[in-house]
Design a protein. Sequence first.
Length: 189
Amino acid sequence: MRVDVVVFPGVDDLDVFGPVRVLRGAGFDLRLVARGEPEPVPTSSGVPFLPDARYAPGADVLLVPGGGWGARAETGAWGEARRGDWLPILREARPEVLAGVCTGTMLLAHAGRVRGRRANTHHAATAELAELGAEVVDERVVDDGDLVTSGGVTSGIDLALWLVERIAGRERADAVAANLEYARHTPAS
């Protein structure tokens, strides 16, 4: 099971590394992918990291983190949506599951991937998400088949645990959560 995590300058580090910790703990093949050639990427907290690879189609799960939407800065998810560099890639991507963490869902919305779909994002961006055609659901994790989204920041950990449960079973997801000493919040039925 290959999971690619989209990264860009100003990405929220917890949106990335919360899910990464869960998915690696479950034994998934995971890559941090950049739009161009990998070079150090500064996060919203200023801590840089180096992506593993340049984006290429083929992942089973494509996870899109957010960060910085409310700041309306040139870095972060808002800046990425405004520039549009990732939007054609997100529009054309066809993984088994497309996942949006926090305001990563807003990038998916600007790529036209949430119109008419159940989804969530950070609470400060839900009105904008609705304006872009999503049916906003106020849950930490919203599973709409091949689209799975979460609320803000730490909800990404719950999204990743839900993906582990969907793909590898509840026992594995519970084991990863126990190892992290994390109390799970599963999607509402």
